[in-house]
Design a protein. Structure first.
Length: 498
């Protein structure tokens, strides 16, 4: 009965110590003010009328699922494969799991450590040191549960645990940022491949047309009708097209290799076949009109900004740990079990034993290391503040750039289409004038060169518009979810999942 009461007293003492271990010396956290304007830039570069094929979405652009944003079924398959197999994505996930395990390890320091311990103590005490004046030789045995606990009276362990948690959350957001980046890279690589395939087809057609023109000029030159200058101009255009054909053949192969790297596995045969048949750049592959929202939305929607703030919170918690190091460190070691001078007597009546050993350590002189460590924690927090503010500025700039692109690229594509139409008409008219004997063939060659350049520029501008839409979607935090979120989730209600 006495032994049970003593164990109860020990448990009460440990519980009271736990109640005391609830404070922390970390500074009160205040989110730094966003060092950007309250609204995005305005002006002629940012004015944008919704496209005819666009459909406005409700709610933040970040909540538009990537399967709803990317309309191309083949692109959806490529993105799904890359999310499953890409090695950079896999490393980001594993890094998150590693930091989660480190947090759990650190969190365990808040709780008492218990174990079943069995010890044997053998000793020899010389007569000069023995209280009885005789030499003593003997053994002691004890077995039972042992408990050790560092009392976190000043919050050092709690601060370190908080820092470990924020570091893990920062890595989790870094994983989400890696997912957004991977989706953007896959979509960009896909559209780049299709643009280069369209350029290859255009160059092949141009090469055939210029080959026919060269053969015609060569025949006329041999007959003394056309000059050597006409023949030289025709050959110049022919070799340019021939060089471009080799360039785009190489580029298409490299685009496929880039996609395979992003997929993280060999490209499936059916996807390779479909890619080979996709010879034109689809202008309507991204039909959604994305609302930009306000710059303040970026603080919650962009995972890279959230990750930077978690790192700032971790640095703030580390200040608390550095402050706590100036105060006493108290630990408790307890044992409750049986003890005997012989192994056979461990479980005999009357062998119950217990002990409680409080230990206090008060730093007096550390050579200035504690103060230096505190100064270091403050400096690291200031570094994280600057990093967080830079992340906000970078996000603001990326959204503003994408909005400027959205406000101008539609008009640029329209102007390029008109340029192609005008160049096509000029080429047709110059061909007619040559056939009628009004102009020389140099006029035809010049208009042919202008048409080819205009067609190339149109494809490049269409690709730039698609890539800009992808950049805006990523810059606004889109891509963390597969399906669109119907209702805005409550803050910190759940972590985004892919």
């Amino acid at each position: 009965m006495m032994f049970s009461m003593k164990k109860a007293n020990l448990a009460v003492a440990l519980a009271l110590a736990g109640l005391l271990a609830g404070c922390t010396l970390a500074p009160t956290y205040h989110r730094p003010a966003a060092p950007v304007s309250a609204s995005y830039p305005t002006g002629p570069s940012y004015e944008h009328a919704p496209q005819e094929q666009g459909k406005p979405v409700q709610g933040p652009a970040a909540d538009v699922g990537w399967r709803d944003f990317f309309q191309d079924p083949l692109l959806r398959r490529l993105i799904a494969l890359s999310l499953d197999n890409n090695r950079d994505m896999r490393v980001a996930v594993l890094n998150g799991q590693a930091l989660q395990a480190q947090y759990r390890t650190q969190r365990a320091s808040l709780m008492p450590a218990a174990a079943i311990a069995g010890t044997e103590t053998a000793q020899r005490v010389p007569a000069s040191l023995s209280s009885s004046g005789r030499q003593y030789t003997g053994q002691n045995w004890q077995v039972g549960p042992a408990i050790s606990w560092q009392l976190d009276l000043f919050g050092q362990v709690r601060s370190l645990t908080k820092a470990a948690l924020e570091t893990y959350l920062a890595q989790d957001d870094t994983r989400i940022a890696a997912q957004l980046s991977l989706i953007s890279q896959t979509a960009t690589a896909y559209f780049t491949l299709r643009a280069d395939q369209e350029l290859l087809d255009l160059t092949t057609q141009t090469f055939k047309a210029r080959q026919a023109s060269y053969d015609l000029i060569k025949q006329s030159y041999d007959q003394g009708v056309d000059s050597a200058l006409d023949l030289s101009q025709a050959e110049t255009l022919l070799r340019t097209a021939q060089s471009n054909q080799s360039q785009y053949l190489r580029q298409v192969a490299q685009d496929r290799n880039a996609l395979v790297l992003l997929l993280g596995e060999p490209m499936p045969a059916d996807i390779a076949t479909q890619l080979g048949q996709a010879r034109r750049l689809p202008d309507d592959a991204l039909p959604l009109e994305l609302p930009a929202g306000l710059p303040s939305d970026l603080l919650e929607r962009r995972p890279d900004i959230r990750a930077a703030e978690h790192q700032l919170l971790a640095a703030n918690a580390n200040i608390g740990a550095a402050r706590a190091a100036f105060f006493p460190m108290i630990s408790l070691t307890g044992f409750a079990g049986t003890a005997s001078s012989s192994l056979t007597g461990l479980f005999m009546p009357g062998s119950e034993a217990w002990n409680l050993v409080p230990k206090i350590s008060l730093p007096i002189f550390q050579g200035g290391s504690l103060l230096a460590n505190l100064d270091l924690s403050h400096v690291r927090k200031n570094i994280q503040i600057a990093t967080y503010e830079k992340a906000i500025q970078t996000g603001f700039r990326e959204v503003a750039d994408a909005l400027a692109g959205r406000g101008t690229l539609d008009d640029e594509v329209g102007a390029q289409r008109k340029l192609v139409d005008a160049s096509q008409l000029a080429y047709t008219l110059s061909q007619q004038r040559f056939d009628s004997g009004v102009d020389s063939y140099l006029t035809v060659l010049d208009s042919q060169r202008s048409l080819y350049a205009a067609q190339q520029s149109l494809i490049a501008t269409r690709l730039a518009r698609l890539n800009n839409q992808i950049s805006l979607y990523k810059a606004l935090g889109g891509g963390w979810t597969e399906k669109s979120v119907v209702e805005k989730p409550r803050a910190d209600a759940s972590r985004p999942q892919s």
